[in-house]
Design a protein around this ligand. Structure first.
Ligand code: ADP
Length: 162
């Protein structure tokens, strides 16, 4: 049976991108023909970085990774997936607590748009890393060098000072 071209989108807030997100991206690269990291414009969440700043940080980090790109989108993930002709939504899992919410989201997306979600478990090293905690720790001046890439550290220092 001929295999279809598989384009996956990896939607999320990425405010900011962490080593956990990057770990999922690198694990996903060999599995799909194309991967689009998709930064959502979520006006209801407390944002630290603008969508453009978030996209730019990710773009620097994936510049040398083949078949991966980054862009931002507005509105429903399933509508964006349809527009981009993606066959898969990629999501990362850290823990069992993620599973409950992600399961519900994936079932809903399949029910409304017949799109499959593929989950990748992060390295245990990043199982406790969340963008929310990164923002909090950065605002208090903590050392995040093991959890986020250098360009993100520099941007956070720019926001919060040393
Ligand atoms: P969202 O607001 O959509 O949850 P996030 O940027 O917080 O956006 O997360 C995007 C995706 O990456 C989600 O599937 C989330 O579970 C996953 N993710 C977040 N942090 C990590 C991590 N440390 N390791 C693996 N996956 C993660």
């Amino acid at each position: 049976m001929a295999k279809n071209f598989v384009r996956a989108i990896f939607p999320g807030s990425f405010d900011p991108v962490t080593n956990g997100h990057l770990d999922v991206i690198h694990r996903a690269v060999p599995l799909f023909d194309e991967l689009v990291v998709a930064v959502v414009h979520n006006s209801h969440k407390n944002q630290l970085f603008s969508p453009k700043e978030r996209v730019d940080m990710i773009a620097e980090l994936i510049a040398d990774t083949p078949n991966v790109s980054v862009e931002s989108f507005d509105g429903l993930t399933v509508e964006y997936a349809k527009k981009r002709q993606a066959n898969v939504i990629l999501r990362g899992l850290r823990s069992l607590t993620d599973v409950q919410y992600e399961f519900q989201l994936a079932m809903t997306n399949r029910a409304v748009a017949s799109i499959e979600t593929v989950f990748i478990m992060t390295s245990e090293r990043y199982g406790f890393t969340s963008s929310t905690l990164i923002r909090e720790i950065a605002s208090l001046g903590g050392d995040l060098s093991n959890l986020i890439p250098q360009n993100v550290q520099a941007q956070l220092r720019g926001r919060f000072g040393d």
